[in-house]
Design a protein around this ligand. Structure first.
Ligand code: ADP
Ligand code: MG
Length: 477
């Protein structure tokens, strides 16, 4: 921002999480990603005359899970509504969504800020809706192709309060929701495939002002990095508009990831009037306590509880516990490593966050595709603990394991990396070194204690390799 402190940023996110059901929200067609265009759209998805939508019970369970996990109210009664607009990828001429009575409302989630403080972000509502189809512009000369496979895919739209105050906070919140829906196993979180995306509502106001400024809504952002870039660009743009004597207009904008900028799509004047009304084809959704209790019984341990348990049970720092519970896969991997290593919790934490995570990043891999399993890493850590190898050698062994050269034990054996921990064998080596260097021994005894390092090198040379001897050819005599 041009004048730090003069402006405050206000952000609210609308996150679309695609629910992981096998069939669509109102039809039996498959939801699997990547099929040939229009092979997974049935008469209901196409909106043919005479068909009726039937609600998929699984989406109700998934929305209820999310509601319970965010301390929201799961509405005893919610209603589907028609949101009317015309677009080629929307065959019915309306999208079935929820409007006045969403299935989930009034919850919250804590995010961690730099320096360890937490901040509570309100969740206004989360409602169920169907996705639209997709327009295809490539390979159609002068025309647009329409793929309706995605039409009718269930979405949970999660709307936050305008509680976020910076791009970093927005990203922290989005990551928190991303981790949560994956812990709950209600969304695969795949952002490249569009299973998890968001609209960012951004405005600025003078520091200390009570009222919100006019907001712009940046549509369909599908990566954490883009969310940050889009918001930062938008804040600068709005501040420049106001400081240049202009006014921010309420509008919908698109983020261009190549140019790192947002562009106007439509202004409020051109905005649709959606003429929402309750969908007469669908009954209201009624949820009773017995249903909620049954859903509550299926909830896994949630990220915050798991983070606290990692602190209490393994003695990890709050920061380490946050990193390790950031995804369910990573937390599972860590716990499996602790088990396999015979309970070495801190060492496991250091290795999962250090060597493993570094190697995965470098290879551009996900922890679930790690070439080294938690069980194999656990064995390596045992070899450090039982003194077979040093921590330094272990890093080398780990790289070999990562490159597919075999198990820890096989690599240690094949490469002769075992360190000598038999004290009588070491004593023998020490004796030999001292005997072979009487001059240095004399000097050492006369107070030149820095020569200890010299002996250490000789010591290594005896048991190590020829190149060590070359540090000082004189010692070869
Ligand atoms: P709409 O339905 O038109 O998208 P909502 O009132 O439901 O509008 O708000 C959508 C999102 O915009 C919410 O996440 C909300 O927190 C956020 N929001 C509302 N007003 C502002 C504002 N002035 N600045 C930033 N975000 C805002
Ligand atoms: Mg909106």
């Amino acid at each position: 921002m041009n004048k730090p402190g003069a402006w405050e940023t206000v952000i609210g996110l609308e996150i679309h999480a695609q629910l992981r059901t096998r069939s669509k929200i109102f039809s039996g067609a498959a939801t699997q990603y990547g099929a040939e265009p229009n092979t997974q759209a049935c008469a209901v998805d196409l909106g043919l005359p005479g068909v009726l939508p039937v609600l998929n019970a699984e989406v109700v369970r998934m929305a209820a899970k999310f509601g319970l996990a965010t301390r929201s109210t799961v509405a005893p009664r919610s209603v589907f509504a028609r949101k009317n607009y015309f677009y080629p990828d929307l065959p019915k001429g309306y999208q079935i969504s929820q409007f006045e009575l969403p299935i989930v409302y009034g919850g919250w989630l804590d995010i961690e800020l730099d320096g360890g403080a937490t901040k509570r972000i309100g969740i206004t509502r989360a409602h169920l809706e169907e996705d639209a189809g997709k327009s295809l512009h490539e390979n159609f000369h002068g025309m647009t192709g329409i793929d309706l496979n995605r039409a009718g895919t269930p979405l949970l739209e999660i709307v936050s309060e305008p509680d976020l105050r910076s791009a970093q906070e927005a990203v922290a919140y989005m990551k928190k929701i991303h981790a949560l829906v994956r812990y709950l196993d209600i969304c695969d979180g795949n952002m490249q495939e569009g299973s998890f995306r968001c609209d960012a509502n951004v405005s600025v106001r003078r520091q200390g002002s009570e009222e919100f400024g006019t907001r712009a809504e940046i549509k369909n952002i599908n990566s954490f990095r883009f969310v940050e870039q889009a918001i930062n660009y938008e804040v600068e743009r709005q501040v420049a508009v106001i400081e240049g004597g202009g006014e921010v207009v309420q509008e919908t904008r698109l983020f261009d990831p190549d140019k790192h900028e947002t562009r106007s799509m439509r202004t409020k004047e051109e905005a649709n009037d959606y003429r929402y009304f309750p969908d007469p084809d669908l009954l209201p959704v009624e949820i009773d306590q017995a249903f909620l209790d049954a859903v509550a019984a299926t909830l896994p341990e949630l990220p915050e509880a798991r983070r606290q348990r990692f602190i209490d049970a393994y003695g990890l720092s709050a920061d380490d516990a946050s990193v390790l519970t950031a995804s369910r896969e990573q937390a599972d991997y860590f716990e499996a490593t602790v088990d396999a290593s015979g309970g070495q919790d801190k060492l496991s934490a250091n290795w999962v966050m250090g060597e493993l995570s570094g190697a995965l990043n470098k290879a551009g891999m996900d922890i679930s595709d790690s070439p080294v399993s938690a069980a194999e890493l656990g064995v390596l850590l045992q070899r450090i603990e039982d003194g077979t190898i040093s921590g330094r050698i272990a890093k080398q062994v780990f790289q070999d394991m990562f490159n597919g050269e075999g198990s820890a034990d096989a690599i240690i054996e094949n490469k002769g990396l075992k360190q000598i921990s038999d004290s009588s064998a070491i004593e023998g080596v020490v004796k030999e070194v001292i005997e072979n260097h009487p001059k240095q021994l004399e000097q050492y005894r006369n107070g030149q204690t820095r020569l200890l390092g010299y002996f250490a090198i000789r010591n290594r040379s005896t048991s190590c390799c020829a190149s060590c001897l070359m540090h000082d050819p004189a010692s070869l005599r």
